[in-house]
Write a protein that binds this ligand. Structure first.
Ligand SMILES: C[S@@+](CC[C@H](N)C(=O)[O-])C[C@H]1O[C@@H](n2cnc3c(N)ncnc32)[C@H](O)[C@@H]1O
Length: 284
């Protein structure tokens, strides 16, 4: 994992920190945490503190059911490498428990299945089906640096083939640590995938999209369009990347999909933590 700056400029002219995500991400997470600790020890300690407080709040919300979920999440986090934080999963779980109505749960962007295993347990609790969609060969193209305008000045550069978790690895992880019975897996690149049709015309209650590249977000919106209905929530893991936000807030784009423009919710504000996670709510 290499971290560094290049000559990419922020829109306000400042030089941001650009994080280069290499092709082989595996095993690099520990180094990444160490690098972050060196660069921004205050942020890392504050994040740990917020995770402790967030975990306590999550447990207080529903001691028994959330206690069981928390235990399962901890096993998953200690076993599978992943690209989401525990605090993000806890917040996402509370959101699903509170707002997800009838319909299915979807994840686009799975890597080795960390978030998918967690979501499979939440889906089981809510008696919902979980669909997961991924190339299972990693990012389909390189891209970036992509700029984030909220908070600290930063950007991300992604490499083709990064975050490759095979279909077999994900299925095995789901069998060992998730609730595999209610999960359907779809392999393919959402950029050129025909729109997904869900059985019996079912609609999406909530979709968690974690695909890094703006073009993959555009593809995911197109692939999921037929399942989007009044009340559907799309949670974007990188929603604060400028190019992702531009697509998400482009009314003309949603019109081409015959959908009303969704309402944008920036969770960094309401959750009071550093996250790029953003909600798109179709309440019309
Ligand atoms: C950061 S990883 C996801 C991390 C995962 N949610 C976790 O819990 O660890 C990004 C994933 O998005 C997938 N992806 C990116 N672009 C895609 C596309 N166009 N079609 C399908 N999958 C894509 C990659 O294969 C990769 O598995």
């Amino acid at each position: 994992m290499s971290l560094g700056n290049n000559d990419f400029q922020c829109r306000n002219g400042d030089k941001p920190t650009v994080k280069y995500i290499p092709k082989d991400v595996s095993g690099g997470l520990t180094q990444q945490v160490i690098a972050e600790l060196r660069r921004e020890p205050g942020q890392v300690l504050s994040y740990l503190w917020k995770t402790a407080i967030g975990s306590a709040r999550f447990l207080a919300e529903a001691p028994l059911t959330n206690g069981i979920l928390f235990y399962k999440f901890m096993r998953i986090f200690f076993t599978i490498e992943g690209g989401v934080s525990l605090l993000e999963i806890l917040k996402l779980t509370s959101l699903i428990k509170r707002h997800a109505k009838n319909g299915i749960l979807v994840e686009v962007g799975t890597w080795k299945g960390l978030s998918a295993c967690c979501l499979s347990h939440v889906a089981a609790l809510k008696k919902m089906k979980l669909w997961i969609v991924d190339t299972f060969t990693g990012l389909p193209q390189s891209g970036g640096p992509f700029h984030v305008s909220e908070g600290r000045r930063r950007g991300y550069h992604f490499e083709e083939g990064s975050y490759a978790g095979s279909y077999e690895t994900v299925s095995e992880n789901l069998r060992r640590l998730g609730y595999a019975n209610n999960v359907s897996m779809v392999a393919g690149n959402v950029i050129d995938m025909p729109p997904l049709e869900f059985p019996d015309g079912q609609k999406i209650s909530l979709a968690f999209i974690d695909v890094d590249l703006p073009e993959s977000y555009r593809g995911a919106f197109k692939a999921l369009a037929r399942g989007i209905d009044k009340g559907t929530i799309l949670v974007l893991h990188e929603g604060l990347i400028d190019d992702v936000r531009e697509i998400a807030t482009d009314n003309a784009f949603w019109k081409t999909l015959s959908l009303p423009p969704p309402r944008l919710v920036i969770y960094e504000h309401s959750w009071r933590m550093r996250t790029l996670m953003t909600g798109l709510i179709f309440d019309d």
